[in-house]
Design a protein around this ligand. Structure first.
Ligand SMILES: Cc1ncc(COP(=O)(O)O)c(C=O)c1O
Length: 400
């Protein structure tokens, strides 16, 4: 009898964590490494949020929470959805989890049976297919192209849907491409979904507050109210409020689904950390000026990185609408020789040779299901970004 569960043989470890680990090891050996792999803001959590947590501890808010979340946070979530997305959810339709990651996992666990398919547009956040596989479902993929801004079209979605499709995962702005869907693009997707009433939508709006220029964020239930009864609208405080370590994510949706997720959570964690939930009440209800300040900083970084990468030989980098990632192509460099003598046969080799030659850690695109590309996280200082891009330019110029 095998000791480890069969489910483990279906999944693979996270490539983004592997890159971060490799960069850490090289740094420990004394190499000068710039890590552009991590998916978290480099800012600290705002003081008003930290203070709310400290006050909660002092008040003795240190007991088990209700499984789906403390009442003030569920109310704050319902208010946030109304205020920012014009969506009407009652607090009972919301659930708080240990990060957005757990919300997604529990939604799949609550709904997937063997053979159920989940459509995931490529490139995708590395965890979606693995979560689907762990929960016994089958990930299927809808291709996008750089020409379409890495956004799934109605036609590509239609092609990916089968009678076994249970979910579409829609992540806007996207990790890894930064692509965000306009209202018109969501409309096109909604029109396809209206023809397939068995398909639910899991919208991962984690990066909602990080969009640039005059882009207007929309979520699909807002664009097509007929989808409200089969949409789980997921969001969280990790990226918008620089709270990755607090581990709070949330969602709202039809009550039967929320109840099923509550049941799973009741046997799993008994609910997310009480103190972090009080901090999240302040994040959602408190002053929001932190968000605008961060957006301006991120936008300047995006513009810097896009401009410098497009000056690197053989790299082509679109300027995405949001998140803190860019997803350049290295297709023109395939077949060239690195200084080590190794031939660049794909994006994984491109990234490992870049790390070896110049000490810049980025994540290869094939890990996100679409290459030859690579993902750069620009959640770091302009000084470091400038240095990293200079090194990338030097590396691509050195290929023969
Ligand atoms: C697209 C996307 N969804 C969800 C998450 C998970 O967020 P959390 O830190 O709240 O678990 C991440 C984190 O990297 C992400 O990039």
């Amino acid at each position: 009898m095998a000791f480890l569960a069969d489910a483990l043989s279906r999944v693979k470890p996270s490539a983004t964590i592997a890159v971060t680990q490799k960069a850490r090891e090289l740094k420990a050996k004394g190499r000068d490494v710039i890590g552009l792999g991590a998916g978290e803001p480099d800012f600290d959590t705002p003081d008003n949020i930290k203070n709310a947590a400290i006050e909660a501890i002092r008040r003795g808010e240190t007991k088990y929470p209700p499984v789906s979340g403390i009442a003030p946070l569920r109310e704050a979530i319902a208010k946030k959805f109304k205020r920012e997305n014009n969506l009407d959810y009652k607090p009972e339709q919301t659930i708080v989890g240990t990060g957005g990651k757990q919300i997604l996992f529990n939604a799949f666990m609550a709904t997937l049976n063997p053979g159920d398919e989940v459509v995931i547009p490529t490139p995708y956040w590395v965890s979606y297919p693995e979560m689907v596989l762990l929960c016994g479902g089958t990930p299927t993929f809808a291709a996008t192209t750089a020409a379409n801004g890495f956004k799934v079209t109605g036609a590509a979605l239609e092609k990916a849907i089968t009678p076994r499709t249970k979910w579409l995962v829609l992540n806007s702005p996207s990790n890894p491409s930064g692509a965000a869907y306009t209202e018109a693009e969501l409309r096109e997707i909604a029109d396809v979904l209206l023809k397939h009433p068995q398909v639910w939508v899991l919208t991962d709006d984690m990066y909602e507050h990080l969009t640039y220029g005059d882009f207007v964020f929309k979520t699909i239930a807002e664009v097509e109210p007929q989808l409200y009864s089969r949409t789980l609208t997921m969001n969280g405080v990790s990226k918008a409020y620089a709270m990755t370590g607090w581990r709070i994510g949330y969602a709202a949706g039809p009550i039967e689904l929320i109840k099923a997720m509550d049941m799973i959570q009741g046997q799993q964690t008994s609910g997310a950390c009480t103190i972090a939930q009080w901090a999240s009440v302040e994040a959602l209800n408190g002053p929001q000026d932190f968000i605008a300040k961060n957006k301006a900083i991120f936008q300047a970084r995006r513009d810097l990185v896009v401009s410098m990468l497009n000056q690197a030989r053989g790299i082509s980098c679109p300027s995405p609408e949001g998140a803190f990632y860019v997803y350049p192509s290295c297709a023109d460099l395939i077949g060239k020789k690195a200084p080590s003598g190794k031939v660049i046969d794909g994006d994984e080799t491109f990234c490992s040779e870049l790390l070896e030659a110049e000490g810049v850690a980025v994540v290869f695109g094939s890990a996100f299901g679409l290459g030859p590309n690579f993902r750069i996280s620009y959640a770091t200082s302009e000084t470091l970004l400038e240095e990293a891009c200079t090194r990338i330019q030097r590396f691509t110029a050195s290929l023969s």
